[in-house]
Design a protein around this ligand. Structure first.
Ligand SMILES: [Fe+2]
Length: 323
């Protein structure tokens, strides 16, 4: 077993890369490379790309994760489920091992992708005056706040990938065994049933904090979902980016799926949009950060179904494949 350190990118397949690129730019990503057959998009962080699309029939191909070392790829390549170590031809190069998970969804584990130059300042939220008394609550002094409207969201990084699977427990065992993912919250179908309809998973980085969930396994059984993409979530710089992005995507007549609200599991402020091909993309910020000492929570399905505030979850939410 190895311990992956983060999610890297989703791999989607759609008929028109031009249409896909236009949506992703409005969503806030920037083109790294576009060929006749592939599209790679980046955010403001160090990664060469955080979103990959292949030209073809609409389909979710799979998920990519970052390994800590080339040694970890070698270890995985010895497992029956994984390929030998191959060279990546995508921007930044590097190496990859590939597998199919229990639902036949592709998994890439990569190492050695070169990073790009980036400005740390671009990733930091503007000082926020939260009110109250005392200098510590007034961070922005004699300085008006100007957000530069209209503009797309500023995207820091890939937050998490969520996939629909036949049985989250079976999938979890696979991702835990091979990639070292650990549970953050288990969503139970009825108290004490021991049947989990969703498993929010994080990477095991020891004492280092990481996102409450980098990967979410959602059961197909609780609805008419089919195995494949539930949604892909991108972390934006600050809360203004949730609302600014919302305005841009609304003005361009993209289909809004769900939001704006604050989740229960993971606590993020969220907003969900559909690409022209129906793949659900999320803007999110202010999520929980856990080290590996936090024990998994068990939450009732009614709480996890959604949010602490915001509109009710839509009936079509999570169905990125059929819509
Ligand atoms: Fe999400």
């Amino acid at each position: 077993m190895i311990k992956v350190i983060d999610v890297a990118y989703p791999i989607l397949q759609v008929p028109s890369l031009n249409k896909q690129e236009a949506f992703l730019k409005d969503f806030g990503l920037v083109t790294t490379k576009k060929t006749n057959t592939e599209l790679y998009m980046q955010g403001l962080g160090p990664h060469k790309f955080i979103h990959k699309t292949i030209k073809g029939k609409k389909k979710f191909i799979g998920s990519a994760f970052y390994a800590k070392s080339i040694n970890d790829l070698n270890k995985l390549s010895k497992s029956e489920d994984f390929s030998e170590v191959k060279k990546l031809k995508s921007p930044g190069g590097g190496f990859v091992v590939e597998a199919l998970d229990p639902d036949g969804l592709k998994v890439e584990v990569i190492f050695g992708m070169k990073t790009k130059k980036f400005n740390k300042k671009d990733l930091i939220a503007e000082p926020f005056n939260s009110g109250g008394i005392g200098k510590e609550t007034s961070l922005r002094k004699n300085q008006p706040r100007r957000v530069g409207k209209p503009r797309s969201s500023k995207i820091k990084k890939l937050g998490h990938l969520a996939i629909n699977v036949s049985d989250p427990s079976v999938s979890f065992d696979w991702y835990n065994k091979h990639l070292g993912l650990i549970p953050s919250d288990k969503v139970e179908l009825g108290k004490g049933s021991g049947i989990y309809v969703a498993l929010f998973c994080r990477c095991d980085l020891g004492k280092k904090l990481t996102d409450h969930h980098s990967f979410l396994l959602q059961s197909n059984l609780s609805s008419d979902l089919i195995s494949g993409l539930n949604h892909c979530a991108y972390e934006v710089v600050e809360v203004d980016d949730i609302f600014l992005g919302h305005e841009v995507l609304k003005d361009k007549n993209y289909k809004h799926e769900w939001g704006i609200g604050r989740h229960y599991a993971g606590s993020q402020i969220f907003d969900y949009w559909r690409s022209p091909y129906g793949h659900v993309h999320e803007h999110q910020t202010d999520g929980d950060l856990f080290d590996n000492q936090v024990k998994p929570g068990v939450i009732d399905i009614s709480e996890a179904a959604g949010m602490q505030w915001g509109p009710d979850i839509t009936k079509t939410f999570g169905n990125s494949e059929g819509v």
